[in-house]
Design a protein around this ligand. Structure first.
Ligand SMILES: *Cc1c(COP(=O)(O)O)cnc(C)c1O
Length: 485
């Protein structure tokens, strides 16, 4: 069996290694510090408003930014153009069956489309949907028909520093309490998200999911699995859950999927393509959903996807059974997180499967939450490195009725690790520039809104620094690195 992509050098450290070769490349731009200062200012100090023209390493997200394999790209050539009955769909259906162990498959155009269909089919006004943690699109879609999200993560879930291997677990006592309080009839389903995205790509254990399943069975509640990040979850189960050490990833994927009544996924993540899907072994569920898929997504053999995307998705799903493929990102993330942790830079531990999450409150204790430390850190880190991260803090939150910021539970800079996109020397560069920034953290100040949209302000909002700290930071950078970038 092929092993995970970590090797031990005979002389020196243990490092993650790229078990693929690069056969098509895209030129990157590492602009000088003065141009970076201008670019971040022109973008209103909001990383969503930057152009990749000005970015060296884009660590905003792993959504739709992963590298495809040669097998995936070549599969697109044999795609079978047909509105109905395309053989591309047959191949995708077979891949879904082999990987997730489910007979029925409904394609949709991306993950949130699956959430929309589930919300339409199952959620009514006053329903409660318990879950380990929400994802932005999940919450929005489940609340539209009047549902309420109840997050029942364990106490370890939101801790910055932790050694808990499964921060994505559901707290069973909270789950039982919730069922007792509301009654099972108010709960259309329990949702478990693999590698909980918003709390750092942290997995759940199979043991925990089995216990949740038992509770579901006792009360006749349906169990839904969001498998968008299931590859990493399966990888961590193999690494961290003793009972699965000797199992193959394919077996672990089945062990997880067999516990769910219904599975949905975003292919933008799990198979490095576009699209998504819903799958189940229960014909009753399939029949309930298929009309909605036709109505909102398209005919049952394409569901809003192109046949080329369907072919690439089928191969991408099969590749999640390969430990050397799904282990690539987590092994790089582990390297980055451990390097930073050793250097004293405050990062979320243990390493997750999505990216490296830097604790902005620990990094910038002198910047109050009302001046957006996570947003300021992202702007400062872009200046220091040309690397783009994403804010997961108070800027991504909202204001209350009195106009005050609702302060976020955690202030994080997320540095996502798109699958098979970066090399180790690039990851080392990220670690180095972040350590430099940490040494110079006192130079970083806060931000304030100049233009603030009323909904989803983090996407289009524009900010300005509360002092001339960006100039001071740039001056220090030039002093330390000279003309070097
Ligand atoms: C990205 C994501 C979604 C939504 O998928 P899209 O393809 O972006 O619509 C849902 N759940 C999780 C866990 C995700 O990471």
């Amino acid at each position: 069996m092929e092993r995970s992509p970590v090797i031990r050098f005979a002389y020196g450290e243990q490092i993650p290694i790229e078990l693929h070769k690069v056969r098509m490349v895209q030129k990157l731009h590492l602009k000088p510090i003065d141009e970076r200062l201008e670019a971040v200012k022109a973008a209103g100090y909001n990383s969503f408003l930057m152009s990749t023209r000005d970015i060296f390493l884009d660590m905003l997200t792993d959504s739709g930014t992963n590298a495809m394999s040669d097998q995936q790209v070549s599969s697109m050539l044999r795609a079978d153009d047909a509105y109905a009955g395309s053989q591309s769909f047959d191949r995708a259906k077979q891949a879904v069956q082999d990987v997730f162990n489910t007979k029925y498959f409904l394609p949709v155009h991306q993950g949130r489309a699956a959430e929309h269909i589930l919300a339409q089919a199952f959620i009514k006004q006053g329903h409660i949907v318990p879950m380990n943690y929400h994802f932005t699109t999940t919450k929005a879609h489940f609340e539209l028909p009047g549902g309420v999200i109840d997050e029942i993560f364990t106490d370890e879930g939101l801790k910055i520093k932790s050694t808990c291997p499964f921060k994505g677990n559901i707290d069973l006592a909270k789950l039982k309490g919730l069922i007792k309080k509301h009654g099972a009839e108010k709960i259309p389903f329990i949702r478990m998200e693999a590698s909980t995205n918003l709390i750092g790509g942290q997995p759940f254990s199979v043991a925990n999911m089995r216990q949740v399943r038992k509770v579901c069975d006792k009360h006749g509640i349906m169990m839904v699995l969001d498998a968008s990040l299931i590859g990493e979850n399966a990888y961590f189960v193999k690494q961290r859950e003793a009972a699965f050490k000797k199992k193959s990833i394919a077996e672990i994927l089945h062990a997880i999927c067999d516990l769910a009544d219904l599975i949905y996924f975003s292919s933008r993540k799990v198979s490095s393509t576009r699209g998504g899907g819903i799958c189940t072994n229960q014909k009753k569920l399939y029949d309930k959903l298929k009309d909605l898929v036709i109505l909102y997504e398209g005919f049952l053999t394409y569901g809003g996807m192109s046949v080329r995307e369907i072919e690439a998705m089928a191969i991408g799903l099969r590749e999640t059974q390969d430990e050397t493929v799904i282990g690539q990102s987590p092994s790089f993330i582990k390297y980055l997180v451990e390097t930073l942790d050793k250097a004293g830079v405050p990062v979320v531990t243990p390493p997750g499967g999505l990216g490296c999450h830097v604790d902005a409150r620990g990094f910038l204790p002198h910047v109050p939450q009302t001046e957006y430390p996570a947003g300021a850190l992202i702007a400062a880190f872009y200046m220091a490195s040309g690397v783009r991260g994403m804010e997961r803090g108070t800027i991504s939150s909202v204001r209350d009725d009195t106009g005050k910021d609702v302060l976020a539970d955690v202030e994080l800079m997320r540095l996502a690790m798109p699958r098979r996109v970066f090399t180790l020397s690039q990851v080392k560069y990220v670690a180095d520039r972040l350590q430099w920034l940490y040494k110079n953290r006192k130079l970083i100040g806060g931000l304030t809104f100049e233009y603030e949209p009323t909904v989803l302000r983090f996407f289009l909002g524009r900010l300005v620094p509360t002092s001339d700290w960006p100039q001071k930071l740039a001056a220090k950078f030039k002093k330390d690195f000279g003309e070097s970038l």
